[in-house]
Design a protein around this ligand. Structure first.
Ligand code: SAH
Ligand code: AVI
Length: 338
């Protein structure tokens, strides 16, 4: 591992808690990324912008939907195998979590680890500073043995977050990447991201990766197009966020949520489709939509054993263990840094 850089001053410090913010100014990159995506052909928006305060709340609601099996399948693995998983992590560990969100499922692993060691250092990483603060606050209340160093930043280049903020340690670093958030990156970007992560780890450190598995479109599609319209609201919130933060004039009701399984690519695609020809003003420039034109807002790649092995190899990891739920919908893998 490279020498850590001098640690920048945290933006918030309390007992057993610090919050660091990565250097990039998020508002500037949001404006630039929106402009780049909406002036491209075909139009797109980057999925990490779903997660402002409302978007994170809507994602939590998605996790409660009967159709969104993803969270329950992974939770089943973590509940039923926590002791075994913690034993596979080893005797003295610290935890990093990429895209930690509410960290609700993480609690099963924290419980199991704290049954094996008296204290634990936890480094949650998320783009949403609000959810980092609230989840850290709740965890610190519930776990006296926990210390939290939260990092607000973009997990797509994890080394740039870990080098400055993860101090040298004798403990084994275990990086959690739960919920199949890896699937929101295309396979090349996912491999590059794991290779970048590997560069910030020591030989023998490990990645604990959650991956949603390929299955019938009859199960996949309702998970991303639920009858209550919660996923539609999560998707449309991107436009509402552009209106709120960038002074956009989107008529949100005139964009429909569409989600389908693209079998050839092995991914769910989410789009927002303009129901009419229209023009939208954002921050002084104009974006024209034809009737039926779509903004591609998210991919959610689904994995199988071959693609998981290719991913591990691209990142410089060996798959050591694999756990699955009783339906075989989801897998959690322990991948050890070569
Ligand atoms: N790990 C949780 C939450 C998944 S939702 C679970 O398994 O249920 C995805 C989380 O990752 C959100 O909290 C979101 O804010 C965060 N996220 C998404 N893209 C990100 C990015 N590029 N960098 C950092 N965090 C990101
Ligand atoms: C966070 N991520 C893994 C979710 C997924 O399933 O791809 C995001 C999501 N998009 C729509 N529903 C949930």
């Amino acid at each position: 591992m490279d020498q850590p850089l001098a640690v920048p001053a945290p933006v918030l410090t309390r007992e057993r808690f610090v919050l660091h913010r990565a250097a990039e100014a998020p508002a500037t990159s949001f404006a630039a990324d929106v402009r780049r995506g909406l002036t491209a052909t075909p139009k797109f928006l980057l999925p990490h912008y779903f997660y402002d305060a409302l978007g994170s709340a809507l994602f939590s609601a998605i996790c409660e939907l009967p159709e969104y099996y993803v969270t329950r399948a992974e939770e089943e693995i973590l509940v039923s195998r926590a002791t075994e998983i913690a034993a596979a992590f080893g005797p003295r560990v610290r935890l990093v979590e990429l895209g930690s969100g509410s960290a609700r499922k993480t609690r099963h692993l924290i419980d199991a680890i704290l049954n094996r060691q008296p204290a634990l250092d936890f480094f949650p990483i998320d783009v949403d500073a609000g959810i980092l603060e609230s989840s850290s606050h709740d965890l610190l209340n519930d776990y006296p043995g926990l210390s939290v160093s939260a990092i607000c930043g973009d997990f797509r280049s994890p080394a740039s977050l870990l080098h400055p903020f993860l101090p040298p340690s004798d403990s084994r670093t275990i990086v959690l990447f739960l919920g199949s958030s890896i699937g929101n990156l295309d396979p090349a970007a996912a491999g590059a991201m794991l290779a970048n992560l590997r560069s910030a780890l020591n030989h023998g450190d490990a990645l604990f990766l959650g991956a949603d598995l390929r299955k019938s479109p009859s199960i996949l599609e309702p998970a991303y197009d639920d009858p209550l319209g919660v996923t539609a609201a999560f998707n449309r919130n991107l436009l509402a966020r552009i209106n709120r933060e960038l002074g956009g004039t989107f008529d949100i009701a005139s964009f429909s949520h569409r989600a389908w399984y693209n079998e050839a690519e092995g991914r769910i695609e989410m789009h927002l489709v303009s129901e009419k020809a229209q023009r939208v003003l954002i921050d002084g420039y104009e974006v024209a939509f034809e009737e039926g034109e779509s903004i591609h807002t998210e991919n959610s790649y689904k994995y199988d054993d071959a693609s998981l092995h290719a991913l591990a190899a691209a990142g410089g990891f060996d798959i050591e263990r694999r756990w699955s739920d009783s339906n075989g919908y989801f897998a959690d893998l322990l991948m050890v840094a070569r």
